[in-house]
Design a protein around this ligand. Structure first.
Ligand SMILES: *[C@@H]1O[C@H](CO)[C@@H](O)[C@H](O)[C@H]1NC(C)=O
Ligand SMILES: *[C@@H]1O[C@H](CO)[C@@H](O)[C@H](O)[C@H]1NC(C)=O
Ligand SMILES: *[C@@H]1O[C@H](CO)[C@@H](O)[C@H](O)[C@H]1NC(C)=O
Ligand SMILES: *[C@@H]1O[C@H](CO)[C@@H](O)[C@H](O)[C@H]1NC(C)=O
Ligand SMILES: *[C@@H]1O[C@H](CO)[C@@H](O)[C@H](O)[C@H]1NC(C)=O
Ligand SMILES: *[C@@H]1O[C@H](CO)[C@@H](O)[C@H](O)[C@H]1NC(C)=O
Ligand SMILES: *[C@@H]1O[C@H](CO)[C@@H](O)[C@H](O)[C@H]1NC(C)=O
Ligand SMILES: *[C@@H]1O[C@H](CO)[C@@H](O)[C@H](O)[C@H]1NC(C)=O
Length: 545
């Protein structure tokens, strides 16, 4: 009876386990291909983008597509009927529980590739930054999904640079790739790829692909490259669609490449002529399949299905895709008989067509360092000052005293970054006010922390312990290089986001990044004596505030 009792307990426990964790064979990367880990069969994505549109959302609202079991169970049969083995999700809420959806997807043999950003927390191409707030968001998504065996990987950005004048933003995305990969390794998670999803812009696409896969230290490079391609509009062909040229471009690429979105909708219902090409012999030598854009019908008119009163109706795009997908059977190679030969690309030359230096990359976010610095200041911005007013304050101080701003500068084209350029805007502003203040002769200091009532003296805490060693690396003027691992809000090294969202501004808001540049000089007279300068600032702020 005792034995029976134990057996029952074991059976019950294993049932519990299988309910909690439905396992699939993880996908692994070798060279420029994906494989099932256990049997080495090559993996080709038959993907569908699965999220109600977030692309137009400018606030923080989005619907986590993996948090509602009833919706997942409603939709998974429709995905399965298309032979879907991968979904792409664009924004999940790391504070929610994803067990049910992830396990149902695993049971259906469906893997997940997830973007790390959120509508209000992403790298902004016009005002790029890689900072504490974004780092915390990214690693919290990693923590939320890393344990599921059907998590295939992450995108550190989607269509960030999309023109020559936004190529400098790619430096920040590459820093995000670097730090997210380092985080995954530091947590001891199984190997999970971090990639990027690019738009298809003829001006920059070759440089883009090269930039993200050009460092000899591959810890800095993407693990896979996703291409959002809409260039095949039926009727079309392998050659006229541009697919042939793209395939040639990627023949020598050293990591997997796939379509992270596809499906031109110039004519509906879409007939999906590209599916045969994508999974045919010409392309499968180079590409690992792709992800159809997208499951849900919205005003965009890219949907495979429409949802009314929680009921799914398939559209013409769906039935045609189903027919096209039924016929594909790409034959790949087995991992054991595959010896990768491709190597990393050469980094693009910085010139009028490419504005991001490949080295050095922007510094790693480190919230602990930023708080240490902020606590150490004697002169800082008053908490009553609205963030909207920061821009003018940066302009004035940096215009008058460029040295005060060296520690927060960020020029992706020259690759020059202050050690505090990843801090939030309050911390950065405090830093420059204090730099300015501290540079004044003691006789004048009393009046140098005024800024017309926007700045205030406070008691500075002398850095000790970890603070003192981090700040020593950063240097007094913030021009040093900090080699310590990134940290998030809790201050402990490489802890997870634990769902706590950094308060206040987002990457998209007007922080220091948009306004700080030494070119932005408004009070440009370096000849002014210190007290005259303070007077000018005071006058100006009296008008402003
Ligand atoms: C390898 O494993 C995958 C997933 O378990 C399976 O779909 C595939 O058919 C297997 N390959 C072979 C050759 O059995
Ligand atoms: C790039 O150019 C576009 C179009 O001319 C413009 O709208 C955008 O603001 C520019 N971006 C930057 C960062 O200068
Ligand atoms: C992931 O698994 C580890 C080990 O089983 C566990 O300690 C951790 O809490 C899990 N994390 C999540 C987010 O489920
Ligand atoms: C998003 O914005 C674009 C451009 O303004 C518009 O064409 C499109 O219909 C919008 N999509 C949604 C889902 O609102
Ligand atoms: C696509 O769908 C339309 C309407 O549902 C149908 O008339 C057409 O034959 C389909 N084409 C293909 C290639 O499946
Ligand atoms: C970056 O530095 C270069 C070289 O000094 C300069 O030409 C460029 O204007 C700077 N860019 C910004 C945004 O400050
Ligand atoms: C990136 O380039 C844009 C356009 O030239 C410029 O306004 C911006 O300051 C640059 N940003 C960085 C961080 O280099
Ligand atoms: C920046 O961080 C400091 C703490 O170091 C906090 O007091 C401040 O509110 C934050 N500012 C923004 C804009 O998030």
């Amino acid at each position: 009876m005792k034995g029976f009792g134990i057996a029952t307990a074991i059976a019950a426990a294993s049932m519990l386990v299988s309910k909690v964790a439905a396992d699939v064979d993880p996908i692994v990367i070798k060279g420029s291909k994906f494989f099932y880990k256990t049997n080495g069969t090559q993996f080709f994505m038959r993907g569908v983008a699965y999220q109600e549109d977030v692309s137009n959302s400018t606030d923080s609202t989005y619907t986590d597509p993996l948090a509602d079991a009833s919706i997942c169970s409603r939709d998974i049969p429709y995905l399965q009927a298309l032979r879907t083995n991968t979904i792409r999700v664009y924004a999940i809420d790391p504070t929610k529980n994803h067990d049910d959806c992830m396990n149902m997807l695993a049971d259906a043999g469906i893997y997940v590739v997830s973007d790390l950003s959120a509508p209000d927390q992403s790298i902004n191409r016009n005002d790029p930054a890689w900072n504490d707030d974004l780092y915390e968001r990214y690693v919290s998504v990693v923590d939320a999904l890393a344990n599921y065996t059907n998590t295939l990987g992450f995108f550190a950005g989607n269509e960030v640079s999309n023109s020559k004048n936004t190529t400098n933003a790619s430096a920040f995305v590459k820093a995000a790739v670097r730090d997210t990969k380092a985080y995954i390794a530091s947590k001891g998670y199984r190997p999970l790829g971090v990639g990027y999803a690019t738009s298809d812009d003829s001006d920059i696409r070759v440089n883009m692909a090269d930039y993200f896969d050009c460092s000899s230290d591959t810890a800095l490079n993407i693990d896979f490259w996703g291409y959002n391609v809409y260039s095949w509009c039926d009727p079309s062909t392998y050659s006229t669609s541009g697919y042939e040229a793209r395939t040639e471009e990627f023949e020598s690429y050293s990591v997997p490449v796939f379509f992270a979105e596809y499906g031109c909708n110039a004519h509906r219902p879409r007939t999906w002529g590209e599916v045969e090409a994508l999974y045919g012999d010409d392309m499968t030598k180079v590409w690992s399949g792709g992800i159809v854009y997208m499951y849900f019908e919205t005003e965009n008119e890219y949907g495979l299905v429409s949802i009314t009163n929680n009921k799914v109706s398939t559209l013409g795009d769906y039935s045609n895709l189903s027919k096209a997908m039924a016929t594909v059977s790409p034959s790949g190679v087995n991992s054991a008989s595959y010896s990768p030969t491709n190597s990393v690309a050469a980094c693009p030359t910085v010139n009028s067509a490419w504005a991001a230096a490949a080295s050095p990359l922007p510094p790693s976010p480190n919230q602990e360092l930023c708080s240490c610095m902020f606590n150490s200041l004697s002169c800082t911005v008053k908490s009553s000052v609205d963030e909207e007013a920061y821009a003018d304050m940066f302009d004035y101080v940096c215009g008058a005293d460029a040295d005060a701003c060296a520690g927060i500068q960020h020029n992706a084209t020259t690759g020059s970054y202050g050690a505090y350029s990843m801090c939030n805007s309050t911390e950065q502003l405090g830093f420059v006010l204090d730099q300015y203040y501290s540079a004044q002769p003691s006789s004048q200091r009393a009046s140098a922390c005024g800024f017309s009532g926007s700045a205030t003296l406070k008691s500075a805490s002398k850095p000790t312990g970890v603070c003192s060693s981090l700040m020593a690396q950063a240097g007094t003027a913030g021009q040093g290089t900090v080699t310590a691992s990134p940290t998030t809000g809790s201050g402990a090294a490489a802890t997870g986001g634990s769902g706590s969202k950094a308060s206040g501004s987002s990457s998209g808001s007007k922080g220091a990044a948009s306004t700080l540049s030494v070119q932005n000089v408004r009070v440009g007279s370096f000849a002014l004596g210190v007290s005259a300068f303070v007077a000018v600032l005071s006058g100006a702020f009296a008008l402003l505030l």
